[in-house]
Write a protein that binds this ligand. Structure first.
Ligand code: ADP
Ligand code: MG
Length: 598
């Protein structure tokens, strides 16, 4: 709120002006009746009515400016929170994203920010109501202490049911939000491409519709109750307002008859009483608004308070820019690693969503054990081994998506924890097995790697990655939309496009998880050619599934059970007759005979 100090001060000033107008008109009405109408003075009637009308216009204007500023403050704060939270989530480690459902995150950054902002805006309005109520009551006591006493004694009748109804309303609002969120989750889960295909293949549409309908039924039920409660608060207020007006006119009327005061005072009192209801209603929801704001702020600050596991030391050194010297060497020194527990990386309040109780009790097993190897400058190391052995995990450590639990990963002797993240991400280029593209044009996805690249540069990279021909054959060429809901690239095409993106980035270290799917001998040859360009003069770690890649390697590491079991060249390992030889005979042999994919 500090950032909006000036706007807050201005808002306070406007509130004072508004309250003064609110309390001055009843006095003017009293004057019209007592000094104008009752004394047959047309001049006074005309003059004061004009003043009242003028004040009404001024008040409307004041309120307009007031609403602008309270909107600006509320929206300003929610904007700051949202942007801060977004930037903070960006800094979270990979482990956070594997452990956190995106939908839950977006409910914090959108839903809670909106709730907090609404609650805050009404809280600001409540604060201004306090001033109005105080002034109105003071004036009423000045006019007639007896009538004021009646009004004050009836106030609890407004406030108590107001608070009760407000709380129920808030409870049902939350339930409604929750249920709506779950409906959204079902839609997202069932109607994404993978989910929709699964449902079709398993032929379960009726069952899914029934589950959806059950949830939707809950939304309806809560919605009905919510509607009743939201009307109820108005009904109670209107009833009590009418009752007290009757009471004031009843008591005040007999006081006028007994000449305690004149009719002008009675009208002024009734008008003042009418001006109490609005602010009082506002105040009766003060507590529930404060609670809503607190709960939502709590949920937002939980995101802002996340401690990023992967951070940069203040004295971190920058690695040399790729291309400014020979490619760096990579070294694993006794590296052990286990994936972080959810409680270390995710929101504590979400833990029950991402972990079964059994998992929560146990912690995570060690995935890499005491792994040591060296990839000399410009050389290619191939990782091979059975699925689940830890190959992908080991490559995650090279780009510092995770830090080792013990031991160190080094580039040119620098522990990765001592280098700046920016320079590291520039030096290391990664093509993962299921390369991701944003739902955008091929051009935009490529420019992500090198924003200043020219069209010829883009096409050159595509040609080098053996994907240029395909792109040129598309009706929209580079402007074809790919990614989640765009043009469906095959697995091999995706990897080649990812290679083109990598070539544009021009890193000095390449980490590559070879595609295993979608391989025919034609794309095999294309990928082979693309790889040659991508890996030339670069230090590379490749998870290899193809014999052709493995044969190119300067060193082959057989990774199994999180350990390096064997190391050597293809010929050495074959001759040794160990795990590699076994793998070769079961997996690569056929591929080796016809020279194509595994
Ligand atoms: P490979 O690439 O050799 O097939 P991985 O490195 O993908 O093997 O997996 C090694 C082990 O780590 C597996 O037992 C796998 O279940 C586990 N694992 C992989 N990713 C995660 C993760 N995000 N969280 C927890 N465990 C994981
Ligand atoms: Mg893998």
């Amino acid at each position: 709120m500090k950032a909006h100090k000036n706007a807050l001060l201005l808002l306070l000033l406007l509130t004072v002006v508004d309250s003064l107008i609110v309390v001055s008109t009843p006095l003017l009405l009293k004057k019209i009746i007592d000094d104008g109408i009752l004394k047959d003075d047309a001049g006074v009637v005309t003059a004061i009515s004009l003043v009242v009308a003028g004040l009404a216009v001024l008040d409307a204007f004041t309120q307009l400016v007031q609403s602008y500023y309270s909107g600006r403050i509320g929206q300003g704060i929610s904007h700051d929170l949202r942007v801060q939270a977004f930037k903070h989530v960006q800094r979270q480690p990979m482990a956070f994203f594997t452990r956190t459902q995106t939908g839950l995150l977006s409910s914090r950054l959108n839903g809670d920010v909106m709730l907090a902002q609404q609650a805050l805006t009404t809280l600001l309005a409540s604060a201004t109501s306090v001033l109005t109520v105080a002034l109105v009551l003071a004036e009423m006591f000045y006019l007639s202490w007896l009538i004021s006493l009646i009004a004050v004694l009836t106030l609890p009748l407004f406030i108590v049911p107001g608070i009760y109804v407000g709380r129920r309303l808030q409870h049902y609002s939350r339930e409604q939000m929750q249920a709506n969120g779950e409906l959204g989750g079902i839609i997202h889960e069932r109607f994404n491409v993978g989910g929709a295909m699964l449902a079709k293949l398993f032929g379960r549409p009726d069952q899914e519709a029934a589950a959806f309908e059950a949830r939707a039924g809950e939304v309806r039920q809560i919605g009905v109750v919510w509607t009743v409660y939201s009307r109820l608060s108005f009904i109670i207020m209107a009833l009590l307002a009418s009752l007290t007006t009757a009471l004031v006119y009843g008591v005040g009327g007999s006081m006028v008859l007994n000449d305690v005061f004149r009719i002008g005072t009675l009208v002024a009192l009734a008008t003042l009483l009418g001006r109490l209801y609005g602010p009082i209603t506002q105040l009766s929801s003060l507590q529930s608004n404060a609670l809503t704001a607190l709960v939502s702020f709590d949920r937002i600050f939980e995101v802002l308070d996340l401690k990023p596991l992967i951070t940069e030391r203040p004295d971190a050194t920058a690695l040399p820019v790729p291309g400014s010297g020979p490619a760096p060497e990579i070294q694993f020194d006794n590296v052990s690693f286990s994936y972080p527990r959810a409680s270390e990386v995710s929101l504590a309040s979400l833990e029950s969503n991402v972990l079964s109780p059994a998992e929560r009790a146990k912690g995570t097993p060690e995935v890499l054990h005491d792994m040591s190897f060296r990839v000399p400058s410009g050389e290619l190391t191939a990782l091979v081994g059975p699925s689940g052995g830890g190959k992908t995990t080991a490559t995650h450590l090279v780009s510092r998506l995770y830090d080792p639990a013990s031991g160190s990963v080094r580039i040119d002797g620098h522990d990765l924890r001592d280098v700046t993240l920016d320079s590291l991400r520039q030096v290391v280029g990664v093509v993962s097995q299921d390369a991701h593209f944003y739902h955008d044009t091929i051009r935009a996805n490529l420019l992500y790697a090198l924003p200043e690249a020219t069209e010829p540069q883009l096409l050159e990279a595509c040609d080098a990655a053996q994907i240029g021909e395909l792109i040129r054959s598309l009706p929209s060429g580079l402007d074809t939309v790919v990614g989640d809901r765009g043009y469906r690239l095959s697995g091999g095409e995706k990897q080649r496009l990812a290679l083109a993106r990598l070539l544009l980035k021009a890193p000095s270290v390449v980490v590559l998880d070879e595609a295993t799917a979608h391989l025919d001998s034609e794309s095999e040859v294309a990928i082979q050619r693309a790889l040659k360009t991508a890996l030339r003069d670069r230090t590379s770690v490749v998870i290899a599934h193809r014999l052709s890649t493995i044969r190119e390697a300067d060193q082959i590491l057989v990774v199994d059970g999180g350990r390096v079991r064997e190391r050597g060249t293809h010929e050495e390992l074959l001759a040794a007759g160990g795990l590699y030889a076994e793998l070769y005979h079961t997996q690569f042999n056929r591929a080796g005979m016809n020279g194509s994919g595994a």
